[in-house]
Design a protein around this ligand. Structure first.
Ligand SMILES: Nc1ncnc2c1ncn2[C@@H]1O[C@H](COP(=O)(O)OP(=O)(O)OP(=O)(O)O)[C@@H](O)[C@H]1O
Length: 256
C-alpha cells in the first residue's frame, strides 16, 4: 500500500536553535499518528512543517494526491498547495477562534468551505451545513448564530465541522482538546474518534495529553528537544516505554 503521507528527514532550525530534527515516518490511509512531548519539544514546529505552514530547512513531505499520485508538497506551486489545503487536508487549531471566522454565522463557517471547493446552490449548502452541525452535536436551530455565542466546546466542534465538511483525507490537529474542561474534552474526544472511524480519516495529532493519544492514535512518536526519541504502536509505547524520557512521561501521568 502507498503511504498517504511520507515524511523524510524534516529539520527546522530557529537560528542556532533546533525546532525539530531529522523526523521521518509514513502515515497510511485511515491511520492516526500521535505526537507527544513536553512543552518546547518541537511538536508544533513539526506539525506546521508537515502542513505547509512553515518551510523546513531540510526534508521532504510526500503526499499521495488523488490526481497525480505521490508528490513532494514542498515542490508544489503555491496555488496547488492552497487547493490541497482546501480539499484533501484539514487543520484543526487548539483555539477554535484561530480556525473559525467569528463574524460569520455557524452555517456560513461550514458553508463557505463548500463554496471554496465549487458548491453553488444555496439550498444544498445550507442543508449540508445543517447536517454537519448535527453531526458535531450542535442543534441545527443555531445555524444562523455566530460562533461567539457558542461555548468553548461548541466552538471547537464547529471548527471540526468546518474542517471535515469537504471530506478531507488528512487532518492535522494541534492540541484539539487543549484549554477545554475535562468533561467537555471527553465528549469531544469521543466525537472525534467516531468521525475518524466513520470517515476513514488519516490524522496527525499533536498533544501533551497521553489520554488523547491513548484514545485516538494508532501510533505514537515521542519528541524531546526536537528529536523523536521513541515511536511505535500507541499501546506498546505507553504500556512498555523503552526510552527513559518516555518512561518519565508515562509515570508522571500515572502519579497525577
Ligand atoms: N518562532 C520561533 N523562534 C525561535 N524559536 C522558536 C520559535 N518557535 C518555536 N521555537 C523554539 O523551538 C522549540 C520547539 O518549539 P515548539 O513550539 O515546536 O514546541 P512544542 O512541543 O509544540 O511546545 P508547546 O507544546 O509549548 O507548543 C522550542 O525550544 C521553542 O522555544
Amino acid at each position: 500500500m502507498t503511504p498517504l503521507l511520507s515524511v523524510h528527514g524534516i529539520t527546522k532550525r530557529y537560528g542556532a536553535h533546533i525546532g525539530c530534527a531529522d523526523v521521518s515516518f509514513d502515515l497510511y490511509p485511515g491511520e492516526v499518528m500521535g505526537i507527544v512531548g513536553e512543552s518546547g519539544s518541537g511538536k508544533s514546529t513539526l506539525l506546521n512543517c508537515l502542513a505547509g505552514h512553515l518551510p523546513p530547512d531540510q526534508g521532504q513531505v510526500i503526499f499521495d494526491t488523488r490526481s497525480d499520485g505521490p508528490r513532494d508538497t514542498m515542490q508544489m506551486r503555491e496555488p496547488e498547495r492552497r487547493m490541497l489545503a482546501r480539499t484533501d487536508w484539514a487543520f484543526v487549531h487548539q483555539h477554535a477562534r484561530d480556525g473559525l471566522r467569528m463574524g460569520v454565522s455557524a452555517g456560513g463557517n461550514v458553508g463557505e468551505r463548500l463554496m471554496a471547493v465549487g458548491a453553488r446552490r444555496y439550498g444544498n449548502i445550507r442543508s449540508s451545513a445543517e447536517t454537519w452541525l448535527e453531526r458535531v452535536e450542535i442543534d441545527k436551530t443555531r445555524v444562523d448564530d455566530r460562533p461567539s455565542t457558542f461555548s468553548g466546546g461548541m466552538q471547537q466542534r464547529l471548527q471540526i465541522a468546518r474542517n471535515l465538511v469537504t471530506g478531507p483525507r488528512l487532518v492535522f490537529m494541534d492540541e484539539p482538546t487543549g484549554g477545554l474542561d475535562v468533561s467537555v474534552q471527553a465528549r469531544l474526544l469521543d466525537m472525534l474518534r467516531g468521525l475518524v472511524r466513520d470517515m476513514n480519516l488519516s490524522a496527525i495529532i499533536v498533544t501533551h495529553d497521553l489520554a488523547v493519544v491513548r484514545l485516538l492514535a494508532d501510533r505514537l512518536m515521542v519528541m524531546k528537544s526536537g528529536h523523536v526519541v521513541e515511536s511505535g504502536l500507541t499501546d506498546q509505547v505507553l504500556d512498555d516505554p523503552q526510552h527513559p524520557y518516555t518512561q518519565l512521561l508515562v509515570s508522571s501521568v500515572l502519579q497525577v
